[in-house]
Structure formats: C-alpha cells, structure tokens
Design a protein around this ligand. Structure first.
Ligand code: ACO
Length: 429
C-alpha cells in the first residue's frame, strides 16, 4: 500500500505527493507540511475537526468505539484498580510506577502541597464573590512569580520539579479559592492524608472543630480525578501546547489551560449541567427541555450531551453513571436531580434527533451530581476538573518539551476583510 497520497489541483493539473503518517492506533493522517510550498494552497479546518496538531504517546481515544486509553491502559481498568496519583505518574512517565517509584512520587507531591504565604495577599485582593475559576486563572498563573529560578523549559530537572509542584499545589489553591469565597480561614495541607482526603480537609475543615474526611467521598473524588486526568488534544490541552510552543514557562501554560477549560463548551459544562437540571426541576418538564434542545431557533442545548470525538457512548460517562448511583446510595442521599437526569437521558437516547447526531451523555452529565453529593459548590465544579486535568496538561507539556524540537504553533487563515485601501483623514470620514 502506498504511503503517499496525491493531491491534484484541478485548476492547473499540478500535483503534490504527500506522505501519510500512521500512528500505533487510529486513523492515519496526511502530512500537509509541504502543501503550500508545492501547490500554493493552505488547508481550511475551523475547529480542527480533521486536523492532528501533534504526535503524542499519552492518550488514545476511539470515538466510534467509545475507547479511552491512558498510555495504553483502558480507562475502566484504571478506574477500577488505580489511584489518581498513580495515574498522574503514568501520564507523566509513560508506565505504571513500581512500589518504590510510587512511594517516592507520592512523597514528592505530598511535600510540595504548601503555597507561599505571599499568595494569600493575592487571594485577599479578590472580591468575596469572585468566581473560583476567575481566581484560579489568576492565582495559578501567579505561582510563576514564586518559582522564577526553576522554570526553564529546556532543563529536565526544572521541568520535573514544576510538574510535581503543579500537581501538588493545585488542590491547595483550589481550596483557598473556596475558603476565600465563604470567608473562612485557609486550611494548611496535612501531609498525613492522601491527595483527595487532603483536598477535602482543606475545603471543609475549620480551625474551630475537628473535621473527619469521609472515605467514601475521598474515594469518589479520586475516581472522578482519574476520569478527568487527560483527554488527548482537547481545547485546554491544545491551549497548553500552543502556549508551550512559544517557550513560555510551564506555569503560564497551565494557567492558559485553566482559562480554556472555563468555557461551557469544555470544562464549564459540568456547572452548566447542574444549572440546566435545576432549571428543568422536575421529570415532568423533561420532554419540553428535549424539544427546546432540538429547536434550531432556540439556543438551548442539552448540556452534558454530545462530544466532538465520541460518537458512541463516552466511556467515562458509563463509569460515572454507575458511580453516581453508588455514591448517592452510600452517602444516603436522595437527590431529585438524579431522577431528572435519568429521565432526560432516557428521553434523549430514544429521540431521533439525538440518535441521528450520535449525541450521548458525556463525562460531565453525571459528574456534577456526584460533586453536589460531596458538597462541592457548583461554582467549584470546573475548578475540580482543573485539578485533575493538571496531570494531563503537564504530561503533554513535558512530552512536548522533552522532544526538544518545539516548533511554534502558528496557524494560517483565510483572509476575508477589505482588500488594500487608502487611509482616509478623520475630517473626510
Ligand atoms: N444539545 C442539542 N443539540 C446538540 C448538542 C446538544 N448538547 N450537541 C450537539 N448538538 C447538535 C448540533 O446542533 C448540531 O446539529 P445540526 O447538525 O443539526 O446542526 C449537531 O448536533 C453537531 O453539533 P456540533 O456543535 O457541530 O458538534 P461539535 O463536535 O462541534 O460540538 C460539543 C461538541 C461542543 C461538546 C457539543 O456537543 C455541545 O455543545 N455539547 C454541550 C456542552 C457539553 O456538554 N460540553 C462538554 C464536552 S465534554 C468536555 O469538555 C469534558
């Protein structure tokens, strides 16, 4: 089989033979790097629907089959047997850690969880009702100001210490944002707790009384973090890589990733799902919501439905759906929103509009209900996603920089503005 593809410009008969690039799994791609030189043409692909931006060995998705692999391991196996920190190690290093590596990695992360006291002064500048994601974008980016001497993307030691710092400090920053919004003192990270229990303690502990972390809540959170840890070249990861391609420091790259995650079409969807379920309010209103979502004159969409890549069930949604029932049962919570969500899922999955467009519940459809059961406020949902995705972002940034030949990301455009025209002095306009 030929490993090139001939592109013929039918306007003038000119031909370019372009290489076909194949990966270990997934559809092959046409390498178009020489296209412009050979045919004087660019490619046009808004939203990067058919464009691979990079080669990567971290995560594989088969959207038609509903497959998600981290470094080759199926997500359901990791969800069942692994822990978030082990998954973070896997994403960063490429293999599961041995016992000593696991202990060492957990030790490093645990011992970098504190944040500089000076950061509290930054936090105090925020209004009490600032959105936590607004605080996160700012405060995560400002970390760079405290570690200026260890941010060289070309230095492997700098890269690794920053990776550890980011994974370690993100929960501390997130909890501080929450504490600021409720006017409570920040709780210092406790090194005797595991990653998720420590975060819950920083969120809900107060100096006035003891706080005991519910192990069911910590386990549920750990599972959610595993499911959200990476998703190949999604919008926020691509943002991290694009910013990284300029040689910007890793903390600036992650802050950019947090900003990209904030949008409701991406990480903001879990917050939007809960708002939508609240608005629907009752099972009796589900049919009306589905009709609205189908109406092209109404910009209402079913949040938590649809995915750019999954055109079959999102494998993470399957795990989360099961977990949602389990966690609510174990915590003894009956949440009427879960009834609304299940009714909505049932109606939408049978509806031709959703069936034809292959719109299935995505990872965020149920995650909000679990976060709510864990008493995480709705405004914090995307922040939770950011904590988990930091592992993936940093793994991609490390992969990009370890390769050594980082090429600045610089897409082209089809210019549709005015052709050249002369400046008109103000008095003549
Ligand atoms: N509700 C109703 N209709 C939808 C929905 C939805 N949630 N999602 C897609 N559609 C329809 C579109 O109107 C379009 O219909 P048409 O072909 O008749 O014009 C068709 O399905 C294809 O939709 P696109 O917007 O072209 O699909 P795209 O791949 O660009 O968008 C996205 C994917 C952004 C996730 C979209 O499905 C969406 O907005 N979903 C709701 C938001 C959401 O849940 N986001 C979380 C994504 S997962 C994550 O980031 C963790």
């Amino acid at each position: 089989m030929s490993n090139t593809i001939a592109i013929v410009d039918s306007r003038n008969g000119k031909q370019a033979d372009l290489p076909i690039v194949s990966g270990a799994l997934g559809d092959p791609a046409i390498d178009i790097a020489k296209l412009n030189k050979e045919l004087g043409l660019f490619t046009y692909d808004p939203g990067f629907v058919s464009t691979c931006s990079t080669k990567s060995a971290i995560t594989f998705i088969d959207g038609d089959q509903g497959v998600l692999l981290y470094r080759g391991y199926p997500i359901d196996q990791l969800a069942q047997h692994s822990s978030f920190l082990e998954v973070a190690y896997l994403l960063i290093h490429g293999d599961l850690p041995g016992p000593a590596q696991k202990t060492e990695f957990e030790h490093h992360v645990t011992h970098h969880t504190m944040i500089h006291e000076g950061l509290k002064l930054f936090m105090n500048g925020f209004h009490y009702n600032a959105h936590p994601m607004a605080m996160m974008v700012g405060i995560a980016g400002s970390l760079a100001a405290f570690y200026h001497d260890s941010l060289d993307p070309e230095d492997p030691q700098h890269r690794m210490i920053t990776a550890i710092r980011l994974i370690a400090k993100m929960p501390t920053l997130a909890a501080a944002c929450y504490k600021h919004s409720v006017g409570q003192p920040y709780v210092y990270p406790k090194n005797n707790l595991d990653y998720c229990s420590r975060f819950l303690d920083m969120m809900f502990g107060v100096p006035a009384e003891p706080y005991e972390v519910n192990p069911i809540a910590a386990k549920a959170l750990d599972l959610l973090f595993i499911l959200h840890a990476d998703h190949e070249q999604n919008a926020s990861t691509s943002t991290v890589r694009l910013v990284g391609s300029t040689g910007a420091n890793p903390i600036a790259c992650i802050a950019a990733g947090i900003a990209a995650l904030w949008g409701p079409a991406h990480g903001g969807a879990n917050e939007a799902v809960l708002k939508m379920l609240n608005e629907i309010g009752d099972k009796s209103n589900v049919a009306r919501a589905v009709e609205r979502a189908k109406d092209k004159n109404d910009n209402f969409r079913l949040m938590g439905f649809g995915h750019r890549v999954y055109k079959n069930f999102d494998p993470r949604a399957k795990i989360i759906r099961e977990m949602c029932h389990k966690v609510l049962n174990e915590l003894g919570i009956h949440d009427p929103l879960l009834d609304v969500a299940m009714a909505l899922e049932e109606v939408a999955l049978k509806d031709d509009y959703f069936v034809e467009r292959k719109l299935y519940p995505n990872v965020d459809f149920y995650s909000g209900i679990i976060y709510k059961a864990l008493k995480i406020p709705v405004e914090m949902f995307t922040v939770m996603f950011a904590i988990a995705r930091t592992a993936g972002w940093i793994a991609h940034w490390l992969e990009q920089n370890a390769a050594g030949d980082v090429k600045i990301g610089r897409p082209r455009q089809i210019y549709v503005g005015p052709k050249s025209r002369d400046y008109v002095p103000l008095a003549q306009r």
